[in-house]
Design a protein around this ligand. Structure first.
Ligand code: SF4
Length: 429
């Protein structure tokens, strides 16, 4: 039997794209291997959101050259955002690459496997929402489901609208059918995926879609990522409040606490607008957990702008954040802006942001001590198999001593007995 190996970089969108590529290869008779040396077919599913991920991919690509020399029949595919952005340059730079596959052309993998293909697949794919691909999912309890592709927002630092194209929503019935099949297979939780799920639009809007999915028997929890603050409507806030399966957690990227920097980022909201949405969310759903993304050291960010971000973190008190140094991406407006900051300044500002947020996250987790939480068991803790690991509805990781009474996929009530920065300890009640 032939074997495939997939190396995935970047966001959940890429993780799920890799599941779809695995599904296609499985149907074509391939078996998965975790050792690249055993593979006949290797895919690098790349990310170009930050320079670090790009460098990591190119060094992995360099390392596989020797293997290709020894085994010329090995097929090497570069997929994902770097594939879309660099196109033929990848083959010019690394002649051992056989195929370049943009994120809108995953379905072309079938042609590649059957060797009837061209070598570069980068066209805009108007049918992407209609093509149903058989994902081979990594998890048996929680599933990712694409509801839309692409993005129309053109934030000045981001390459996604160039690599994944404009927004296209899947038909609601196709999404519902996919989730019904997942429910029949025993999945308990779905996370609806899109670069900007709030602007989902087919025969219904996003809150309407949530209502339909809430009716699907067997599915116990619904999550979604990512929400753009400018499109967070009252209807969506009410849907999170009123629909029993929609979890009380939202990831709402702020990016900066300075309205001047938000304008340079082309985020289309002010800090004041953002704060109003947070206040509304907390008024309607008092227990909601809110997480966010922050970029440290955007071009032209002054000390005052940075202080605005620090102030925002203190004022809002997110449950957690993903924070990164600004990384100029070729082809984006921000990369051409004046006033780029030195790496030292960006690192200093990032450290201050992370240090502060760590304290806030710890404090927020401490507030959960002795509180009852509903936990979906995801499986045994990888480092400590005598424990089960699961998540609260607010997306916090909880470790629980394993007993024979509970199994993966169960939803249990747990009392939080110990809190840490990144996880909680609980006992079944
Ligand atoms: S909303 Fe902005 S940051 Fe998010 S994918 Fe679209 S352009 Fe990129």
């Amino acid at each position: 039997m032939k074997r495939y190996y997939i190396s995935t970089f970047g966001c959940q969108m890429n993780v799920h794209d890799s599941e779809k590529m695995a599904g296609i290869l499985k149907l074509e008779g391939y078996e998965k291997t975790d050792n690249v040396k055993d593979a006949d077919f290797v895919i690098f599913n790349t990310c170009s959101i930050r320079q670090k991920a790009e460098q990591k991919f190119f060094s992995e690509l360099g390392r596989i050259k020797k293997l290709k020399k020894r085994r010329p029949d090995l097929t090497i595919v570069v997929a994902g955002c770097i594939a879309q952005q660099e196109g033929n340059n990848i083959v010019e730079r690394a002649s051992h690459v056989d195929y370049v596959l943009g994120p809108q052309n995953i379905n072309a993998l079938r042609d590649i496997v059957n060797l009837t293909a061209n070598h570069v697949f980068l066209d805009d794919n108007p049918y992407i929402t209609e093509i149903e691909l058989p994902a081979d999912r990594n998890d048996n309890v929680r599933a990712w489901v694409n509801i839309m592709y692409g993005c129309d927002n053109f934030c000045s630092y981001c390459i996604v609208p160039y690599t994944r194209g404009r927004e296209k929503s899947r038909a609601s019935q196709n999404i519902i059918n996919e989730i019904k099949v997942l429910a029949d297979k025993g999945y308990k939780e779905v996370t609806l995926l899109g670069q900007n799920v709030n602007s989902y639009k087919s025969d219904m809007d996003f809150p309407g879609l949530l209502k339909e999915i809430n009716e699907i028997k067997g599915i116990k929890r619904i999550r979604f990522v990512t929400s753009h603050p400018k499109d967070l409507s009252d209807e969506l806030i009410f849907a999170i409040r009123d629909l029993d399966k929609v979890c009380e957690h939202i990831h709402l990227p702020l990016q900066s606490g300075s309205t001047k920097i938000l304008t340079l980022m082309n985020r289309k909201y002010t800090y004041g607008d953002y704060l109003k949405k947070i206040e509304k969310l907390r008024k309607e759903i008092p227990d909601i957990a809110i997480t966010s993304d922050i970029i440290a050291g955007f071009p032209q960010e002054t000390v005052e702008d940075h202080k605005d971000t620090v102030r925002a973190l203190k004022e809002i008190e997110f449950d957690g954040i993903f924070a990164f140094k600004f990384s100029p991406r070729p082809g984006t407006k921000a990369s051409l802006m004046s006033g780029h900051l030195s790496d030292d300044i960006k690192s200093e500002r990032l450290s201050e942001i992370l240090e502060l947020q760590n304290k806030i996250t710890e404090k927020k987790n401490k507030e959960l001590k002795d509180i009852l939480q509903e936990v979906l068991i995801e499986g045994h803790n990888e480092k400590n198999p005598s424990k089960f690991t699961g998540r609260t509805r607010t997306n916090k990781v909880v470790n629980i001593s394993a007993t024979d009474d509970i199994k993966t996929g169960d939803i249990v009530n747990v009392k939080i007995i110990c809190t840490r920065r990144h996880s909680l300890e609980g006992e079944i009640v």
